[in-house]
Design a protein around this ligand. Sequence first.
Ligand code: NOJ
Length: 531
Amino acid sequence: MTDWWKKACVYQIYPRSFMDSNGDGIGDLEGIIQKLDYLKKLGVDIIWLSPIYDSPNDDNGYDIRDYYSIMHEFGTMDDFDSLLNEIHQRDMKLMMDLVVNHTSDEHEWFRKYDDFYYWRDQPNNWKSIFSGPAWTYDKVRDQYYLHIFSKKQPDLNWENHKVREKVYEMMRWWLDQGVDGFRMDVINFISKEPSLPDAPDGDGSPYFMNGPRIHEFLREMNDEVLSNYDCVTVGEMPGATPEDAMIYTNPKNREVNMIFTFEHMDLDSGSNGKWDLKPLNLIDLKENLEKWQHALYKNGWNSLYWNNHDQPRIVSRFGDDGKYRVESAKMLATCLHMMQGTPYVYQGEEIGMTNVAFDSINRYQDIETLNMYHEKKSEGWSHNSIMKSIYAKGRDNARTPMQWSDASNSGFTTGRPWIDVNPNYKTINVEQALQDSNSIFYHYQSLIKLRKTYNIITTGKFKLIHRHHPNVFAFERIDEHEKLIVYCNFSDSTHTFDLPNGEILIHNYHQLDSNQELNLRPWEAVVFYQN
Ligand code: NOJ
């Protein structure tokens, strides 16, 4: 079936932190195989693996040294074949991470070919997303090379058609192995303004996000590769607007099936970027998501996410990870899964895993966090104010090991984990969740099942209601003869509304608190169905 991914739910695995089968403290492919029945039980259709290719791990695999081999800590190509086979046997699909904006500086292309990267005698003033300048001097060539991320992640020069051909060849190779699609890392960065001009404040993004040839490159990739396979694609696209997304995801344009927007993830940042903390205004969130829901209705397709390996845990971020952890995690899930689009669940989200607050910067592992810490320190920020930002936004919040049980190291490894486990694993873990029929896990399972049963979840038109309410996110989904009405309370106070008619499809409290009215209790979420 074409468009099968519209009814699918994707589960993202960050392999390093998922399950370690051999006691070296690092998750691996065999560990994933051991947990496939768990994912099947949750009901997911597609598994997206963060990069598993050979890498020196400057950025945990997002710096690829060889696209054709498996990172040795994760296993071998034989392990990969077994994993793919086991996934397919369970009627699930596999989405690979495709990282082709840059490679590792240890990739053979970096030394072998003259013009595969951006080399200049003089750098421009762009800053790297991981702090410091976006150019590094290379002694061998006596030139500078561009790296939007770390200096071990040089940007590929997509203007060079030989680069594009190598990438397409590699994509075909993986699709021929039987993989079912790609999540494309910062794919809207691949076309740069060729003159690479200086930028105000060193922010080069206007010259590399959604650049001049981006649509041409994606269409070429589609014609050369994707259109020959029944596969699914999602482009990670920081800085893409709904208008951009209408172009990227409209099937007529033959680019990608859906994209990851960052707009809703930026609403709790101030004007100085992600570390500049700002409380979320719920009305901003509602209106932003509304914009995306409307823009892509019948014109393209949305992906729906709250979490991934780069984002803090949603229950700590937009929910309440204390008293109302269970209620708020279920509310957030309901809100997301009832919108139009393909939902993504990030490992641990389905059991309400929370942010972590390590007491020392030495316990953090992420290059972005560590570079930022040292930069801000040298600019005179206090340790405490930097740590506050890291606790709220650091990527390691998402990367602590998966909490499987209350056994030591949360059942993730018998060795010493590469990053410390969140100490709350004693109470928040999969074993506990599976034993409790009211757990967050079973709520996710129900949401995923509902998507399979009620077409309107896939097709209904989105309509925001109670737009100006500061604490409640309510919306309808409307088809010709059916309607869903969704109420989500983003606060720990009670709010009263008229009681809608209809059957209750899903709810995070046992019963409604209602007489003639609907009293939405702390973090309550309820969905009504009318036909
Ligand atoms: C986006 C990825 O999700 C992130 O983890 C990575 O650091 C950058 N792209 C660079 O590849």
